[in-house]
Every structure is written in C-alpha cells, then in structure tokens.
Design a protein around this ligand. Structure first.
Ligand code: PCA
Length: 327
C-alpha cells in the first residue's frame, strides 16, 4: 500500500473529512548516477523543477545526483520495486536482463547524434515493451557523446592493448575488452578517478564528457576519438506510480519530459566540443585512431553486432532494418 493510500485509509477509519487524493501533495525522489555538474544531471534537475512547477506543487521532485541515493547499478531496481518513484539509468547496463537494452551500445551501428536519434526511434517500441514487462514506463532519453578510447600510454593497434586493465560500464564494454585482449573491471563513473589514480584500471571507453567530468588527465595521457556508439541515459518511472498519477499531472510530466529530451540532447552536442578541448587543455593527446586501430576495432564491432543480433533475434533485426531504412 502506498503512503498516500495508508494515509487515506487511516483518515477514513477515523471518519475525518479529507481532500481528494489527487490534490494531496506528493514528494518524489529521483536518483541519478552521474556528478551534479554533468549535463544529464543538469537536465534532470530542470525536469524535476518543471514537474514541481507545472503540477502546482502536487508533485515535488528532489534530484539526488552522483549516485548519492542509489548507485547507478541499483537505480533501475529501486524504481521497479517502488523504493523510489522514478530515476535515471544507463539501460545498456542491464543488457544481461534483456538484450534489447543493449541496442544503443552496438559498435559502429549509429555513430552520430542524428543516427543515434534514428536508432532510438527504431528501437523505442521494443524498448518500451521490455520496460513494461518490468513495471517501468519510459519518460525520456538523452544520448551521451560518442564513445572513444582512453589509455594511460600511446596505443596504435589492438595488438598494443593486450593485457591492459580496462574499466567497463556495461556488458558491451566488457565484451569489447575481452575481444581486444584487455582485462575488464566494472567501475561506476563516480569511482573512475580513484580507479585510475590507484592503477585499478589503465584505460576505458567513454565520452569526452565523462573523462572531462572525472579529470582523467591527472592519470591518463591519450584519448582516441573512435566514435564507436552513443549510449543513452533513460528517465524511467515505476508504472504503478505512473498509473496512479492524474491525467492532468501525467500531461505535465510528459511535456516536461519532452523538453528535457530536447534540452539534454542539445547539451550533449554542445558538451562534445567543449569537453574534447577540456581534455586537451588538461594535457591529453586527443586524436583519431590510427588506420590500423580503426580497422581492428571495426572487425571486433562486426563480431559484437552479430552477437547482439543472435541474442535479440527477429526483434533486434527489425530494429536494425528500420534504422537502416531511415538512413
Ligand atoms: N559516460 C558514462 C556512460 C557513457 C559515457 O559517456 C560512463 O562512462 O559511465
């Protein structure tokens, strides 16, 4: 029973008059995994404020960035089980539950913001169905900038990567490590700086944005702008909570979500150039991969694409077909 219902039941038992349920103010907690200054968090705070204002205070949203309420890996479960009402999560981190969640981390399938939007549009029905099976409703999604490879020392081919300790953030990144002969270790973004300083990891694949946020130039020297894929963060709400929300407030939330998706995507684009320059200013060498590294990685990408299609079957194939047809 929700707190609101418990309260309503208690009031009724006491024969006390009370305001209609829809008018009762609700406080919602919104956990996010990345640092408060990261553009996803800024967008999430704006979304929360929009809902608070737009519902006239019926729903007040408090954002908890930086993994302070739940760590990234725990946010989805917390929303599913109703420990919190809503939250933001990198869904590709849950590809082991449903391979569809990994659609945005297939190497070299969609490598630009426009292509990423088209792929998201193609995948959205299947993604929403997968989320619905887990009692989750999708509100909005915002891409990260394209993923590139970070190393402590210079690397010019996959052969140079053998045995390097590699920070992974989902099963696609762990698989990439395996296929390149590196040693994957799963580390949340909030713990990256420490992992590099202490030598727990010496490389990773991520956006310039995350390297910039975590000041990785203090430990690492090279960023290769491989543009492998653009994963997304997804704002999800517990479906019971969503269904109990009045239609008027649902409309406000949807409008705020649409604005957040637009503003967040715009910020991701702006942040790309800014953070690439930030890595340079921090002293890192930022360059495209060598021809050898690119062709080595493309071969690995082909293997990973085949594996994802194998895991998702007809559903995955129809996402890829719809995406290709749109290009
Ligand atoms: N940053 C996140 C996921 C993708 C990205 O660019 C991270 O490294 O955890």
């Amino acid at each position: 029973m929700t707190t609101t219902r418990k309260l309503a039941t208690a009031l009724m038992a006491g024969g006390i008059m009370f305001a209609p349920l829809a008018a009762m103010a609700q406080e919602w907690d919104l956990p996010m995994a990345y640092s408060a200054s990261n553009f996803h968090s800024v967008t999430g705070v704006e979304f929360g404020d929009c809902v608070t204002t737009g519902t006239g205070g019926d729903i007040t949203i408090t954002v908890h960035p930086g993994g302070s309420l739940f760590k990234g890996g725990d946010i989805k479960r917390a929303v599913q089980t109703g420990q919190v009402q809503l939250g933001e999560r990198l869904l590709s981190g849950h590809q082991n539950e449903n391979a569809i969640f990994g659609y945005d981390s297939v190497p070299f399938l969609a490598t630009s913001f426009d292509a990423s939007d088209a792929l998201y549009a193609a995948a959205k029905p299947a993604l929403e169905a997968a989320l619905a099976e887990q009692n989750l409703t999708l509100l909005y999604a915002v891409p990260w900038p394209a993923q590139g490879l970070y190393f402590r020392d210079e690397v010019t081919s996959v052969a140079d990567m053998q045995g390097i300790k590699f920070r992974s953030y989902n099963s696609a990144t762990a698989r990439l490590a395996e296929l390149t002969g590196m040693l994957p270790v799963s580390i949340e973004a909030a713990e990256i700086s420490q992992a590099f300083t202490t030598g727990v990891a010496d490389s990773m694949i991520s956006s310039a944005a995350t390297g910039y946020d975590r000041k990785v130039w203090e430990s690492l020297g090279y960023f290769y702008d491989v543009q492998a894929w653009l994963p997304r963060n997804y704002m999800i709400i517990n479906s019971d909570i969503w269904n109990e929300t009045s239609e008027a407030n649902q409309n406000v939330i949807t409008a705020c979500a649409n604005m957040a998706e637009y503003a967040g995507t715009w910020r991701a684009k702006e942040y790309t150039g800014f953070t690439l320059q930030g890595l340079r200013d921090g002293g890192m060498t930022v360059s495209p991969p060598s021809d050898q590294m690119r062709s080595d990685l493309e071969a690995i990408g082909a293997t990973m694409t085949a594996e994802w299609l194998e895991a998702t079957g007809d559903q995955g194939q129809s996402i890829v077909d719809a995406f290709m047809a749109s290009q």
